[in-house]
Design a protein around this ligand. Sequence first.
Ligand code: HEM
Length: 359
Amino acid sequence: MLGEISETTFKWLDERLSLSAVASAAGKKKVPLHKQSFWYYMGGIAMLLLAVQFLTGILLMVYYIPELSSANSSVLFINSQIDFGWFVRSMHSWGANILIFVLFAHMFSAYFMKAYRKPRELTWISGLGLLMLCFGFGFTGYLLPWDEVAFFATKIGIDIAEQVPLIGVILANLLRGGLEVGQGTLSRFFLLHVIVLPLGLFAIAGIHLLLVQLHGMSEPKSFQAQAPEKKKYEMFFPDFFMKDLMVWLLAFNVLATIVILFPWGVGPEADPFAAAPAGIKPEWYFLGMFQFLKLLPAHISFIEGEKVGLLIFALIGGIFAAAPFIDKGENPKLSMFFDMYGLMILIGLIAFTIWGYLA
Ligand code: HEM
């Protein structure tokens, strides 16, 4: 009886959603097995963490109040008075940081495995779009608890945005929503964080995942060079999918353990009239760039130092983003150049981040 109902339900859905076509496509998808296969799990972990962010973010919105007089106390209330509030809040704060860390791993592994090459150029570009959106989530979310450190770090962040050539002043005014960081900024950051960025993320993540399904997993050069009889694959469904589930379980447990051992606190409420406390730093993923900008002199020739710094970032980032359109796999020297280029960026990022942390 039950079997008959599920069969009828499946048939009903199949006629409308072509489920068998999807199932048969998934049934054919193969994943290459090699020494670097481990990196294929990073995108899946990012998906899991995104789901955690959405769920915990919705729960936080039940009690969070985006008003200057209540923002900090509402977060304190969530942390101390609501059952499991501290857990949900810490999952959201830790989850955001770990998500960005995983995205770095995902991006650099895709880069060094040359997974950006034809036909995955748009997968690469959409991925970069997702990373930018996640930076946006991090920057806007940081201010929401309206604590001292977040307030001053945001002020510095907006001042840096003001230095972007041509559009900087407009961008900073749009973000600030007034002459000073205040209610206008909090309202705008809240709207960006809970509506605008999620909409963008849904759209681009949809495209990214669709492209991943369309093209299947890329094969690194060393794998492609093997004789056909030596190449090993596993079926995406059920073999790789089952491993994906195990990795998700593991990642979720790692996150929950960190959250329980190191719950995320709330700093003292921001006082816009107080002097900035010493050693204000942005979140770790902006720290490397922040440290680099700090080292520049006030003026380089007739241009402000920070403007020059931002132009350097744009140039370095632009070449990195354009890798699929330049390094197409036809020229071994170019390929080697991009390997070195990526390595320099990675080392530079790590070194400046550690420097910024210790400074
Ligand atoms: C929220 C952010 C993201 C999610 C949820 C996501 C998800 C995924 C998933 C599930 C896969 C297939 C499994 C894998 O290769 O790991 C994938 C592949 C890929 N992603 Fe992402 N991704 C994100 C961000 C990024 C970023 C930041 C980049 C790089 C700029 C990127 C570039 C790629 C590329 C090139 C592939 C193809 C890899 C291959 O075929 O070997 N993605 N992504």
